[in-house]
Design a binder for this molecule. Structure first.
Ligand code: SAM
Ligand code: SF4
Length: 338
C-alpha cells in the first residue's frame, strides 16, 4: 500500500494518485453582476434559495476541518464573490483559522473600488481580476454589461490598497479578443502585475459548436514571443496551473492556463466547494459529495473529514477534455466556481 503524506502527525488529504490536496476553491455565491458569454446564459441561471447557500459559519466549519487535513490555501470565487454581502467578514473569519496561510480571490473587479481596502484589512492576500478586453464596446458584448470604467477604477483601488502584484485573467476567444493579447499584456506590465491568458473551455453554456473559439498557448505565443521577447520561465511553482513565460527585456511574467492543449492535472492540489455546499473533486467532473447535508444534520468533525476523504477519492487522474474530445461539465462555470 502506498504511504500517506504525513505532516505534523496528521495524515494529509490525498487522492488515489498520491496528489496532496492543499487548496480549496470556495464559491461563495452563484450570483453575478455580469453575464459573460462564455460563462452564463444571457438570462442568467436559476438561483438556489438563499437558505440553500452555505452560511459563513458553515463555510468556516468546513475550512477548519480542511485545515486540520492540510489545507493551507483558500480562493474565494463564484459567481461573483464580491456580490456576497459582508465578504470582508468571511475573509476575517477564515484568516483566523490556524493553518490557512493564503486567502486569494478571483473577481470581475467591478466592486473592488469599494471593497479592496476592507478586504485587505480583513486579511485577503491576493486578487486575480478577470479582464478579457480593454475596449468598451467589446467589453459590453463579452460581459453583456457596461462595467469597464468600474473595473478599471477597481484595478486602481486594488493596487492602492496594496494588492501588488495583481494577476489579470483573460479568456482568449478566436475572432473576438485574440487581437488584443499585446495590449492586455502591456496593461498588466505597466501596473507591475501579471497577465494570464486562459484557453477557452467549451463547457456548460459554452457550446460544443464554439470549440473552434479556443486559441491554444502555442498560437498565442506565436503572436507574442518575438514582440515581447518571451522565454520560458526557469523556476515556477509546481502548483500554479499557469505555464510561466518571462519578458527578457523587462523581467515581467506572463502565464498561460492551458486547460485544453496541455492540462496540468498531474500536479493538481485542488478541490472545490460549491455555494450550495457540494464538495467537488474537479472542475470538469460532475461528481460531488453533499457536505451541506452532513453539516446540517449535525455532522461532527469526523463526518466532515470523511466527506473530504470521499471527495478526494473521487478525483480522476485527469480530465479528458481537449479540442477533439468534447467532454465538458454540464454545469455552467458560474455554478461551479471557476
Ligand atoms: N466572477 C469572477 C470572475 O469572473 O473572475 C469569478 C468566477 S469566474 C467563473 C472565474 C474564472 O473563470 C474567470 O477568470 C473566467 O474568465 C473564467 N471562465 C469562465 N468561463 C470560462 C470558460 N468557458 N473557459 C475558460 N475560462 C472561463
Ligand atoms: Fe460572472 Fe465571472 Fe462568469 Fe463573468 S466569468 S459571468 S463575471 S462569474
Amino acid at each position: 500500500m502506498r504511504a500517506k503524506p504525513i505532516y505534523k502527525g496528521i495524515i494529509m488529504l490525498s487522492d488515489r494518485f498520491s496528489r496532496t490536496i492543499s487548496y480549496l476553491r470556495i464559491s461563495v455565491t452563484e450570483r453575478c453582476n455580469f453575464r459573460c458569454v462564455y460563462c452564463m446564459p444571457a438570462e442568467g441561471i436559476a438561483l438556489a434559495p438563499r437558505a440553500e447557500l452555505l452560511s459563513f459559519e458553515e463555510i468556516v466549519r468546513v475550512v477548519r476541518v480542511g485545515a486540520k487535513l492540510g489545507l493551507s490555501k483558500i480562493r474565494l470565487t463564484g459567481g461573483e464573490p464580491t456580490v456576497r454581502r459582508d465578504l470582508p467578514e468571511l475573509v476575517g473569519m477564515i484568516k483566523a483559522i490556524r493553518g490557512i496561510n493564503e486567502i486569494a480571490m478571483t473577481t470581475n473587479g467591478a466592486r473592488l473600488s469599494e471593497l479592496a481596502e476592507p478586504l485587505k484589512k480583513a486579511g485577503l492576500s491576493r486578487i486575480n481580476i478577470s479582464l478579457d478586453t480593454l475596449r468598451p464596446e467589446r467589453n459590453r458584448e463579452l460581459t453583456r454589461r457596461d462595467f469597464l470604467p468600474a473595473v478599471l477604477k477597481g484595478v486602481d483601488e486594488a493596487l492602492a490598497a496594496g494588492f501588488t502584484p495583481l494577476k489579470f485573467n483573460a479568456v482568449v476567444l478566436r475572432g473576438i479578443n485574440d487581437d488584443e493579447l499585446g495590449d492586455l499584456l502591456r496593461f498588466a506590465h505597466q501596473r507591475n502585475s501579471q497577465m494570464r491568458f486562459i484557453e477557452f473551455m467549451p463547457m456548460g453554456v459554452a457550446r460544443k459548436d464554439e470549440r473552434n473559439r479556443t486559441v491554444t498557448m502555442r498560437e498565442m505565443l506565436e503572436r507574442l514571443k518575438a514582440r515581447f521577447d518571451l522565454v520560458p520561465e526557469e523556476t515556477g511553482n509546481a502548483n500554479d496551473p499557469a505555464r510561466g513565460w518571462v519578458c527578457r527585456r523587462t523581467g515581467a511574467r506572463v502565464g498561460f492556463i492551458t486547460s485544453m492543449s496541455d492540462h496540468f492535472c498531474g500536479s493538481c492540489s485542488r478541490m472545490r466547494l460549491t455555494a450550495e455546499g457540494g464538495l467537488r473533486p474537479c472542475l470538469h467532473q460532475d461528481a460531488e459529495v453533499d457536505l451541506k447535508t452532513v453539516l446540517r444534520s449535525g455532522g461532527d468533525v469526523a463526518e466532515v473529514e470523511d466527506a473530504f476523504r470521499r471527495a478526494a477519492n473521487l478525483k480522476w487522474s485527469g480530465h479528458q477534455m481537449n479540442a477533439f474530445v468534447p467532454i465538458y461539465s454540464r454545469r455552467e462555470m458560474v455554478r461551479i466556481g471557476g
